[in-house]
Design a protein around this ligand. Structure first.
Ligand SMILES: [Fe+2]
Length: 287
């Protein structure tokens, strides 16, 4: 337990950290076999999460916990008693093929908190960890892609990952949803306990648990983009009256033309203040 990785370099060893950063830069799907053995099973397996739930240490927020099968959430009554997560009911859900999806778990597991902090400080990105417990063939989610780059570590049991191309290039929340791929998978592998899979943002994926219980944890890395910077500058303009004037209530074409000129000038003035290094600095502070 003591030698669990607490830095990115330790997690990906023997791959040099610089090589991993290159994979991240290229957003290149990569499987790293047999790196961790079962050293995460005790810390991050279902038993560890179950004990935290029993002790009332988790979940800590309503959006930190979900029970779902193929993206369909189980009603809260199926897995709670008196408003709290109920381990016996969660076991029943797991037996019925539901997955337990726990996000923002890193504050509960010091090596994971240190790992996330190391990556956050190095990359200046938003970094957090999640855990998915499954037993059965159904996935927690239907075929989907994530907006974050994911380092997946199989902590307990096995899991089949099927990844479909082409990946959505540099996805950002709010991007119109592209059509779901319908060609055969470009990647179809079974992760064994200890394996690491780097799934770049935008890679369509679906998982099936192997026989018995399967647990993986993910480190999510979300970088800022120019779009985030533009939104950060433009969204606050809503407090300014000119952006809220009803266009159809203006009395003359010249009033409309004057407003248009004012809006253009104001947006140009604001957008000329865009500083991408400030966006990076503020993003890094968020964690
Ligand atoms: Fe995903």
């Amino acid at each position: 337990m003591n030698n669990l990785p607490s830095t990115l370099a330790e997690l990906v060893v023997p791959l040099p950290e610089a090589e991993f950063l290159e994979l991240l830069h290229e957003r290149k799907l990569t499987l790293l076999r047999g790196k961790n053995g079962d050293r995460y099973t005790e810390l991050l397996g279902w038993n560890a999460l179950r004990h935290m739930i029993e002790r009332g240490e988790y979940p800590r927020g309503p959006d930190h916990f979900r029970v779902a099968k193929e993206s369909i959430s189980a009603p809260q009554a199926r897995w709670t008693s008196e408003g709290r997560a109920d381990v016996a009911k969660l076991e029943e859900c797991l037996a019925e093929g539901y997955s337990v999806i726990a996000t923002h778990i890193e504050p509960l597991f010091p090596p994971l908190a240190a790992l996330c902090e190391d990556i956050r400080s190095r990359l200046r990105e938003e970094v957090y960890a999640g855990l998915i417990v499954t037993s059965g063939k159904d996935g927690a989610f239907k075929l989907h892609y994530d907006f974050e780059d994911l380092i997946i570590v199989q902590a307990e049991g096995t899991k089949r990952w099927q990844i479909y191309g082409p990946a959505v290039s540099n996805p950002v929340r709010g991007l119109p949803r592209p059509s779901t791929p319908d060609s055969p998978p470009i990647f179809d592998e079974i992760l064994q306990t200890g394996d690491i899979l780097f799934v770049p943002a935008g890679n369509w994926h679906h998982c099936e648990a192997g026989p018995g219980r399967s647990v993986h944890f993910s480190v999510f890395m979300l970088p800022p983009t120019g779009w985030h910077g533009v939104k950060r500058i433009i969204s606050p303009l809503i407090v300014e009256e000119m952006f809220r004037t009803p266009l159809t209530r203006l009395r003359t074409p010249s009033e409309l033309a004057a407003l248009e000129a004012d809006i253009k000038n104001r947006v140009i003035e604001k957008i000329s203040q865009l500083k991408l290094d400030e966006i990076i600095a503020k993003w890094g502070e968020k964690g």
